[in-house]
Write a protein that binds this ligand. Sequence first.
Ligand code: HEM
Length: 181
Amino acid sequence: MERTRYTLAQRLLHWVMALMVLAVLAIGLTFMALDYRGTVETFGKQATDALYKYHKTFGILLLVLTILRLALRWRYPAPPYRPPLTGFERLAAGGVHVLLYLVLIGMPIGGWIATAAGGYPVQFFDLNLPGLIGKDKVLSETLFGLHGAAGLLPDIRGLEGAPPAPFPPRRRGLGAPWGPL
Ligand code: HEM
C-alpha cells in the first residue's frame, strides 16, 4: 500500500534538524553581525567560546543527521504530494530540495575545512576532531566567505513580505510528528 506521509522517524528528524539549523544559523549570524571581538564584548569570553563550540558541534551533528536523512529517504521514498504537482512545480520543488541538501552537506564540510585551515580547533562537544588539512590562511578566508554567503540563503527565502506563492499549498505529511498532516 502506498504511504500517505513520511515515517515517524523521518518526521522527528525533520523537526529536530529544523530546530538545530535555526540555532546554528542564529549563532552564525551573530558572528557575522558582531565579529569575534564584538561577540566577546557583548556576551563575554566564556559565552563566546561556548557559542563557537556549539556552532561547530551542532553543525557537525547536522552533517551526520543529513546523511541519516538521505539514507532514510532512500529506504522509504517520499510519499506523493496532495494535491499533485504540475511537471514544472515538481521540477522546481525537486531543485530546491537538492539545493537544501547541498547546503546541509556543504556548510558543515566548508566550516570544518575553513576552521582547520585557519588553525582553529574543530570542536565536537569537548573533543577536538582531526582538521584533515594543514594551515592555509587564504583558503580559510575564502571558505569562511562562502560559508557566510551560503548562510544567508535561507534567510533571504524567509524574508517578511515575500509575495504569497501563486499556487495552493501541497502536503506530503511532514507536519508535526504527533499530529494530523
Ligand atoms: C549547517 C551547518 C552550518 C551553518 C548553517 C553555519 C552557518 C554559519 C554562518 C551564517 C556564519 C557567519 C559567517 C560570517 O561570519 O561571515 C558561520 C560562521 C562560522 N562557522 Fe558555521 N555554519 C555551519 C557549520 C559549521 C561547522 C561544522 C563549523 C566548524 C566545524 C563552522 C565553523 C564556523 C566558524 C568558526 C565561524 C566564524 C567565522 C568567523 O568568525 O569569521 N560552522 N557559520
